[in-house]
Design a binder for this molecule. Structure first.
Ligand SMILES: CC(=O)N[C@@H](CCC[C@H](N)C(=O)O)C(=O)O
Length: 369
């Protein structure tokens, strides 16, 4: 399999959560080119579950990849850039899928002892595909005994595994707040309740939560990534919307931050006479690597000579945390060398990491479990 060609083909068809129709068709086409004797495929929404029977199975080993993209306008200058204007694989899921396909081909062509399940999960970036997929009959009837997954990272050298015991990724909650006021003519502000002013003060006020409410020895992030509102420069906006995300390393801090957000919304309502409406959207459970599962993987990397690093926890989120909440397993970062951060319009991971990713995943399935 030509990993680079596969990754580039996937890079051209980025689709956001639960719209991965062409992606699913592409994956099915690739899988159909592999020998079929040991393979069973189930579709779940825009995702796939692909089971490969082992030679002497005693358990089912799951490897999960996410398949969705982000609403980012690409600025890589790649000759193979996104064909879907405004969407981009800016979080490396094109890499994840390619590595999964490569490892799938490897275990099909050279059968391994255990049964393996390749999970192609939609909507990791939102609204979250892991929980509904896990609840589905398709998954429940093929529930793995051990599950693992990876995420590419520009923070580590190409092909390096980085992981740790305990929390790897944070608890997350999306945050959507709508302010409803009274619109009107820009020249008659005294007759309106301006939601742009209300939302602006609200966003500035939010900055005190992590700075002044959260214990400095405890980590948290509250980022507003989008503000929208209004229709024209000389009309006072009757509606404004603020969108963001909350990240914490424990549930108590998450509850404390939400509590403070709610208080600040009430304060804005009183001060600016605009009604505030909060929606926390999708919440992701932390990615927690159990010692008894991640330690053997680290020892396996050591034994096989795969470069690895024991890393710090990160404030990124992943709905893979829900798989690990229920099933034994672990997650790791795969270094893709220095480039812009995940979610950037010019995120350009080094394709040399693809072959190493396939090697780590397939060798672990073959010799590590
Ligand atoms: C690895 C990564 O970048 N994951 C995303 C997960 C999205 C979380 C959720 N939809 C939110 O924005 O709160 C991340 O942004 O960390």
């Amino acid at each position: 399999m030509d990993y680079v060609a596969i990754r580039r083909a996937l890079h051209q068809i980025p689709e956001v959560g639960f719209e991965e129709v062409e992606t699913q068709a592409f994956l099915l086409d690739q899988i159909s080119r592999m020998p079929q004797e040991r393979v069973q495929v189930k579709k779940w929404k825009t995702g796939l579950l692909v089971r490969v029977s082992g030679t002497h199975p005693s358990k089912l080993i799951g490897f999960r990849t996410d398949i969705d993209a982000l609403p980012v306008k690409e600025k890589t200058g790649y000759s193979f850039q996104s064909r879907y204007e405004g969407n981009m694989h800016a979080c490396g899921h094109d890499f994840h899928m390619t590595i999964a396909l490569g490892a799938l081909e490897n275990v099909i062509e050279n059968p391994v002892k255990e049964d393996t399940l390749f999970i192609f999960q939609p909507a990791e970036e939102g609204p979250g595909g892991a929980l509904p997929m896990m609840a589905s009959d398709e998954f429940q009837s093929w529930k793995p005994d051990l599950i693992f997954g990876l995420h590419v990272s520009p923070d580590f050298p190409v092909g390096t595994v980085a992981t740790k015991e305990g929390i790897l990724f944070a608890n997350t909650s999306e945050l959507f707040i709508d302010f409803f006021g009274k619109g009107g003519h820009a020249a008659y502000p005294h007759l309106t309740h301006d939601t742009i002013v209300a939302a602006s003060h609200f966003v500035v006020g939010l900055q005190t939560i992590v700075a002044r409410r959260v214990d400095p020895l405890n980590s948290a992030v509250l980022t507003i990534g989008k503000i929208s509102g209004g229709t024209k420069q000389n009309i006072i906006a009757e509606h404004a919307r603020v969108e963001g995300t909350i990240r914490t390393l424990n549930q108590e801090t998450m509850a404390l931050i939400k509590d403070d957000i709610e208080r600040q919304v009430k304060a804005i309502e009183i001060a600016y006479q605009c009604k505030g409406q909060i929606d926390y959207g999708a919440n992701y459970y932390q990615v927690f690597n159990r010692k008894e599962n991640v330690d053997p993987f680290i020892q396996f990397c050591e034994k096989k000579g795969f470069p690895y690093i024991i890393c710090n926890d990160a404030m990124t989120g992943e709905d893979f945390g829900y798989f690990l909440k229920e099933l034994p397993g672990f997650m790791f970062w795969l270094g893709v060398g220095k480039t812009s951060s995940l979610h950037s319009a010019d995120f350009m991971p080094d394709e040399a990491a693809l072959a190493q990713g396939v090697k780590v995943v397939s060798t672990y399935i073959r010799e590590g479990v």
